[in-house]
Ligand binder design. Structure first.
Ligand SMILES: Nc1ncnc2c1ncn2[C@@H]1O[C@H](COP(=O)(O)OC(=O)CCCC[C@@H]2CCSS2)[C@@H](O)[C@H]1O
Length: 364
């Protein structure tokens, strides 16, 4: 299918269209819009005829792999508090952090020409062109390492029937403190599941090695290296992933990617076994929580508290109410409020219920 990438003149479009390879650069810094654009290209463009390199940067975001558990991979409550979206991509693999100091590159090609090492060679060559002394090499698992020890790029891929894409990150000047903080889970130790685990690695920014390197220079160098492979030279074409006219159906894809049911609801079944400290008459005591979650909904739940903190009957009733609801803060708030309305409690017990609700929500 032929696709007008932007509202450029017909001549320009035809010229772009006839090329065997084209570089597209996103006008958006929204993770969901950019992931939707990848999906859209994958579904609508005939990559047998020509290859595409799509480049974008995103505002801070955590991007998990298709078969991962967000609660295991990142600090979901912290991300929420900071307004950092968690996105689930369609490709497999591990979790990475994005911000405007991180460049994302997506290489679309036919399945026949799908070659991740070749794509990564384009990237490492471009980097060496900008900074000849840079020690950058792709590994067997398709990471790019700086000085043989620091990861600057991670890879994931999606193979279709005829077409495929390989996407990778490139750390230029990302916020490493925020990267570590968001990728440190608050409850990973208590989670049991067979979701794909990430492979944590020490990371570094290219800018720390060579202060002259920045995202724009890196994107430009990768684009020329990519074009050089086709014997071409041209500027990247700017595309707008919110343009429904040029990309019919893209809004719906964006909405699907943003939905809680996709990001959190698609988590492979898991159990969480954890405990938290609560104050009991000036001394600390522990409450245990065990939940089984399937398709984002709580299937089993048990709350165990010392009798003098919360009566066992109350714990049982609450656990019962939690079963069937979704593993997310808004659902918990509704349950705790409904419980207190139906069972008025002493001021002390009501206070304890609020504490319990806060502790449970802080895990979600
Ligand atoms: N932005 C970025 N770049 C490189 N490495 C990173 C990044 N963020 C985190 N990490 C490190 O990689 C591991 C996870 O490595 P792991 O190998 O488990 O996963 C990946 O690499 C997946 C890459 C996905 C690329 C897609 C391209 C466009 S949308 S996302 C993490 O624990 C950190 O140590």
């Amino acid at each position: 299918a032929s696709v007008p990438y932007s509202h450029t003149e017909r001549e320009t479009f035809l010229a772009e269209h006839c090329r065997p390879g084209v570089v597209l650069k996103s006008a958006s810094c929204d993770i969901f819009q950019n992931l939707a654009f990848e999906d859209w290209i994958h579904a609508h463009v005939d990559v047998e005829k020509r290859s595409i390199l799509f480049m974008c940067r995103n505002r801070p975001a955590v991007v998990i792999g298709r078969h991962q558990n967000p609660w295991q991979e990142c600090n979901v409550p912290l991300a929420r508090e900071r307004g950092i979206p968690v996105a689930r991509r369609r490709s497999g693999g591990g979790t990475v952090f994005h911000d405007l100091g991180n460049v994302n590159l997506t290489f679309f090609s036919s399945r026949k020409r799908y070659d991740r090492q070749r794509n990564l060679r384009i990237v490492t060559r471009a980097l060496r062109q900008l900074s000849p002394n840079l020690d950058v090499h792709a590994t067997e698992r398709f990471d790019i390492l700086l000085n043989k020890q620091f990861k600057i790029s991670g890879t994931a891929a999606k193979l279709g029937r005829t077409g495929a894409y390989h996407h990778c990150t490139l750390l230029c000047s990302a916020d490493r403190a925020l990267l570590s903080a968001t990728l440190r889970s608050a409850c990973a130790a208590g989670i049991r599941s067979n979701a794909t685990p990430s492979v944590a690695a020490p990371v570094r920014n290219l800018r720390d090695e060579d202060p002259t390197l920045n995202c724009d220079a890196v994107m430009e160098a990768v684009a020329s290296q990519y074009y050089a492979d086709f014997g071409l030279s041209a500027p990247a074409v700017v595309v707008d992933p919110t343009d429904e006219l040029s990309h019919p159906g893209i809004r719906r894809i964006t909405q699907e990617l943003q939905a809680w049911d996709w990001v959190f609801g698609k988590t492979p079944a898991f159990s969480l076994d954890t405990s938290f400290e609560v104050q009991c008459e000036a001394c600390d005591t522990k409450v245990n929580l065990t939940v089984g979650v399937k398709s984002g909904a709580i299937e089993t739940c048990s709350i165990e508290s010392p009798q003098d903190w919360l009566p066992p009957a109350m714990c049982r009733e609450l656990s019962g109410l939690m079963v069937g609801s979704r593993f997310r803060p808004s659902d918990m708030a509704v349950i705790f409020t409904a419980f207190l309305r139906a069972n008025p409690q002493s001021h002390e017990l009501e206070n304890k219920m609020h504490i319990l609700c806060e502790k449970v929500v802080a895990l979600m």
